[in-house]
Write a new protein. Sequence first.
Lengths: 233, 226
Amino acid sequence: MTPAVQVSSLWKFYGDYPALKDVTLDAPPGACLALIGRNGAGKTTLLRTVAGFSRPGKGAISVFGAPPRDAGTRRYMGYIGHGISVYDELSALENLVLYGKLYGLADPRRSALEWLERTGLERVKNGLVREFSRGMRQRLAVARAFLHEPKVLLLDEPFTALDDRAIAVLQGVLREALAAGKTIVMSTHQLREALELATHVALLNRGQVAFHGPCTPEMVSDPGWVYARYGEG
Amino acid sequence: MAFARQVFVIMAKDLRAELRTKEAINASLSFALVVLLLFSFAFDPDEETVRTISGGLLWIVFAFAGTLLLNRSFARELNNDCLDALISAPIPGAALFLGKALANFVLVLAVELIALPLFGVFYNVHWTTQFGQLMLVILLATWGMTVTGTIFSALTVNIRLREVMLPILNFPILIPALLGAMQLTSALVAGQPITSANESWLKMLIGFDIMYTAVSLVLVEVILVS
């Protein structure tokens, strides 16, 4: 079976500094791969390279067998990074309709309204994002990333700085996505939340894969176990 | 058809965002008007002086005022990491570039068309004598300025000193277009139409626009994905 995400012998350099060193890992379709590691381990670089924002120095990346920069591949990938990726000057509805049009949805307005309802933002749909609270902005970011029903979700620290409601919304849509057979790759420091969802774990250490394999009961019961076993301590 | 729709979506988004805040357009317009006013005090606006300086003065003002708008083009996308979302959307880099360039063109042109009548008043110039040809020159030179400014805005978006770097990179490239626009504008404002003696400047402007539009469309994907 073609892996949903396959990374083969990936190197990424910033100048002479290798941020990723010979990284090889994959995520089968329907898996949830938790990328863990200390700050600076290369998690964000790896996710950004898989998302196609950044070119590999060496090695290859494929998403369902195709390069990440193919327009067809991008159509079924969703990404949540450190920013919310919505425009402060536009309303919540305008933002989602904009992305719906860019993803070529048949009825961007209907999809936008559906996701505003799912994230509890339908009452403020015409409010400008710059007037939103932090929690509302985060929920809108979730709606933006899921709007086009992506088959592969790349999430960079998705639980960081979320309020309780946004965490509940995100966990809900992630569980639904996994139940629907979608693939999730997420980097995280919130091991407990991540390992509850993860089917696979990859531990990055100074740009290298220290461990990559299925999520085991030991990891779920003791989130620090994988660091103690495979990390640098 | 899909490409044209994507270009329009990006253009409409940029125009809507700018018209909601009016940050860049207000700064650009204020700059243009203040410089035109200050120079009107510096020069005695007799007919000969105006004939000599009008094209140069006007295009220097337009170029610097335009830079204030062009600087914001891709920098606007840094807020909330919107550039990531645009790069990950399934649209070609060329559509993103062209949408942004068209939005910039509309905004820069708006500033120029507001500044032009005031230039006429401050310098006592009958700039409408060759109105059609003057508009043609303004459209061509503004597109050239917009295309190079937009691509350099993409190139400098992640640089901390991008406000300084954009004019440093853009103006040397723009020299041929600005030179042509200045020569033609000086003649047209003085009431002289474009003739065989100076139409080579017009051809040069057209060539500049075609060349830099083509180069930008090819390079933008490489620039955006580092």
